[in-house]
Ligand binder design. Structure first.
Ligand SMILES: [Ca+2]
Ligand SMILES: [Ca+2]
Ligand SMILES: [Ca+2]
Ligand SMILES: [Ca+2]
Ligand SMILES: [Zn+2]
Length: 617
């Protein structure tokens, strides 16, 4: 009896465990993140984050692969993780999202956001229906750190928030024949790179009343100690009398792409840097890439690539004033229904209007998801997103991460964070740890100097560690939202209208419920789009009748009933976002019944088939 009871108990306690599904419908449920814990409370060096990538890939080999797309100037591999469910098809056969982080070496929160997206997609796949669908149906190409050499130095060594930024092409900034011979150093050894000042009766600076900052002297008659600003911490390494005059770093990598390139910013020539060239060559070789995200800082901006502005005749000042007022009123009206509503007054040609509308829809949702980020139209000038949109027809986005902590520092709610509010935020939320107080230091070249009066490295451009996850999570959500709106072609209604005893009109509706079209307007203009196709097949006793002409009216009373014919040759088309199209086939039947099957195929929008049976009345 006891034994039997034991068996029953064992069975009943095992059964739910075996039957348990990982999918969780509840936001309070477990969603898998701790299957592979990563701490989002710190930044990682290149060795650390590439190890995280490789380790997570080993745990999820059915969902991911890692490759190096090439090497940086210093010989580091640029590791890319590709994510999709291998069980549902190949990487190259699904519409893809490209994500890269930190093309500017110092913008390492872009590395963290990219890693976070990777982690979220992989760990939640088994637990979260939304993520499961995204990973089944799409490919994500994620390159966490684009400018790997500078990314690593920025994290591993004391630096200002702004440096190192460019790829490590040697440049002789002071023209002395030596390359990168005088770089910054952490003079006081506190692990931060602050600003040096020296006491000088003729100096323009004084200490603020609270002795936390060096501030400019406004009233020249005011008495007191004066300081001269030297610059970033460092020594005169080559004894030429100047300090930090030849730091590391070459051209701006985000001015190095071919579209809108100019010599001054993007020298010496487009794609001169291995780090950017490797990326662009990968993108060209992967035409399934549908949209691209590029993480930068700072300023909480969703910069999107808009189509070219229409060249219009210049308006009179009165007219343009009126237009501005009209737009302002439209905007206010829209904001009443949705405070995240966006309106851009860029006028584009008809052939680009859909791209403009699509981008406006997408960034409106971006403003909703990212909360305190502002959508704005991005520039060209050799930037990565300009190349993806204008040269590849791929929808491009540049995200300026982080920025002023106005979400909690702006006490007087005037929309900006003043100096006082900023320091108060450092004292309150960061309990003081974000600031370097001015202090005396002995300098080998300068004698007694002062260092300090500045924020620490991770504050203004990259969030303090405690805010990394907050930023990364909402940014991952926006990327996933965009992927969820990649086109999807589906066969909707099929209706049969008998004409004679053995002839039937079959009308079929094809739809794309998503925001994005099956090909961008730009891809169409570049002739890079692959047309969507619909074909019809039948059982042996049925045949498709060829209909001449471009379109055929099935029902004379229905003005909208003008449909494109599908004949023995497939019909070609393109579906815009949220668009439905109808097609018609004329079918001849021998015998009493048979079947007709429609198949739609779209390069970015997938496939769908529908079969119906025809029965003679
Ligand atoms: Ca030099
Ligand atoms: Ca240099
Ligand atoms: Ca220092
Ligand atoms: Ca020097
Ligand atoms: Zn940047």
């Amino acid at each position: 009896m006891v034994v039997i009871l034991g068996v029953i108990l064992l069975a009943s306690s095992l059964a739910p465990a075996l039957a348990q599904k990982k999918q969780q419908k509840s936001p309070g449920g477990y969603h898998g993140e701790l299957d592979f814990p990563i701490s989002w409370k710190r930044y990682y060096s290149y060795a650390e984050w590439t190890k995280i990538m490789h380790d997570i890939q080993k745990k999820y080999p059915h969902l991911s692969d890692i490759e190096s797309i090439g090497k940086s100037r210093m010989g580091r591999n640029q590791f890319l993780i590709t994510i999709t469910a291998k069980s549902t098809g190949k990487y190259s056969e699904k519409p893809a999202m490209w994500v890269d982080g930190a093309i500017h070496g110092n913008e390492v929160n872009g590395v963290m956001c990219s890693l976070y997206l990777m982690w979220y997609l992989l760990t939640r796949y088994d637990y979260d229906d939304y993520v499961h669908d995204l990973v089944d149906n799409n490919t994500f190409y994620i390159l966490p750190g684009l400018n790997v050499d500078a990314n690593d130095s920025f994290v591993s060594y004391p630096n200002t928030p702004n440096n190192p930024r460019e790829p490590y092409r040697p440049e002789d900034n002071d023209g002395d024949g030596l390359y990168d011979e005088d770089q910054t150093e952490d003079v006081d050894g506190d692990g931060e790179l602050s600003t040096m000042y020296i006491e000088d009766p003729k100096g323009d600076y004084k200490l603020s009343p609270d002795k936390r900052q060096f501030v400019r002297v406004e009233d020249k008659k005011e008495e007191g100690r004066r300081f001269r600003r030297i610059g970033d911490e460092g020594y005169d390494n080559d004894g030429d009398g100047m300090i930090n005059e030849d730091d590391i770093g070459g051209p701006d990598p985000n001015r190095n792409y071919p579209y809108g390139w100019n010599l001054q910013d993007g020298n010496p020539y487009p794609m001169s840097e291995p780090e950017t060239r490797n990326v662009y060559e990968f993108q060209i070789a992967h035409p399934n890439i549908y949209a691209s995200f590029h993480y930068h800082n700072t300023g909480r901006l969703i910069m999107f690539q808009a189509p070219p502005a229409k060249v219009s005749r210049t308006q009179s000042p009165v007219m343009s004033q009126r237009m501005q007022e009209l737009n302002q009123r439209r905007m206010e009206e829209m904001k009443k229904a949705n405070k995240y509503a966006q309106f851009f007054d860029r006028q584009v040609e008809e052939k680009y209007q859909h791209d403009m509308d699509v981008q406006t829809d997408i960034v409106t949702m971006g403003a909703r998801i990212l909360k305190n980020y502002s959508p704005t139209i991005a520039g060209l000038s050799g930037q990565a997103h300009a190349a993806t949109y204008y040269m590849l027809g791929v929808y491009g986005y540049l995200i300026e991460l982080w920025g002023s902590p106005d979400f909690e520092a702006d006490e007087d709610a005037d929309g900006r964070v003043s100096n006082d509010e900023y320091l108060k935020w450092i004292d309150t939320e960061l309990t003081g740890e974000g600031w370097i107080l001015p202090h005396k230091v002995d300098h080998p070249d300068l004698g007694e100097i002062w260092i300090g009066g500045s924020p620490k490295k991770h504050l203004r451009r990259t969030p303090p560690a405690r805010y990394i996850e907050m930023e990364a999570m909402k940014n991952a959500q926006f990327v996933m939202y965009c992927a969820s709106q990649f086109p999807k072609v589906e066969i909707d209604d099929v209706s049969v209208t008998p004409v004679t005893e053995d002839l039937y009109w079959i009308e079929v509706t094809v739809k794309n419920d998503r925001v994005y079209p099956t090909a961008s307007d730009r891809a169409v203009q570049l002739k890079k789009d692959v047309k969507d196709k619909i074909s019809v097949a039948t059982s042996n006793n049925l045949s498709v009748v060829d209909i001449p002409g471009e379109s055929t009216i099935v029902d004379q009373t229905d003005k909208l009933g003008t449909s494109q014919p599908v004949t023995t040759k497939p019909a070609e088309f393109r579906l815009k976002g949220k668009e439905t199209k109808t097609f018609v086939a004329l079918i001849k039947m021998d015998g009493s019944n048979g079947w007709v099957e429609f198949q739609v195929e779209s390069f970015h929008g997938g496939k769908d088939t529908k079969r119906i049976t025809l029965q003679k009345r």
